[in-house]
Design a protein. Structure first.
Length: 131
């Protein structure tokens, strides 16, 4: 029960983190700059897709769709979480060129990383439970 909730929350937070501020900083003139993950290029959109895919796997299970034995649900969650971590780590290391020098990493980026790591943890726990 707890693993199911952890997987749902991790997938949902990962998807929603694309709409959080990944970068923030002072603009040259005017108010503070805040850039959503969705606006950072294709990686922000891929993080959203990974989160939605994780939620879709969990919804499919609730609707009675059973994955093949060779591809257990826990493994799918680990793979999706790993993809999420890789995409977010690329954005942590490489700030988009348009923002370089003016923006720092925002809290949304760290939330995305934590959600992807939680998805990996819930997938590993599900794999342990299935074995």
């Amino acid at each position: 029960m707890l693993l199911g909730r952890m997987s749902w929350v991790a997938g949902l937070v990962l998807a929603l983190s694309s709409f959080m501020g990944w970068y923030s900083g002072d603009s040259v003139e005017g108010p503070r700059l805040s850039v959503l993950g969705w606006n950072t290029g294709s990686l922000g959109k891929l993080v959203f897709v990974v989160g939605v895919a994780a939620v879709a796997v969990l919804v499919a299970r609730e609707l009675g769709v059973i994955l093949p034995r060779s591809l257990p649900e826990g493994l799918v969650l680990v793979i999706l979480g790993t993809l999420g971590v890789i995409f977010v780590l690329i954005r942590i290391v490489s700030i988009p060129d348009a923002l370089a020098g003016t923006a720092d990493r925002g809290v949304g980026l760290w939330i995305a990383l934590a959600a992807a790591a939680a998805m990996i943890a819930s997938g590993v726990a599900r794999l342990h439970e299935e074995l």
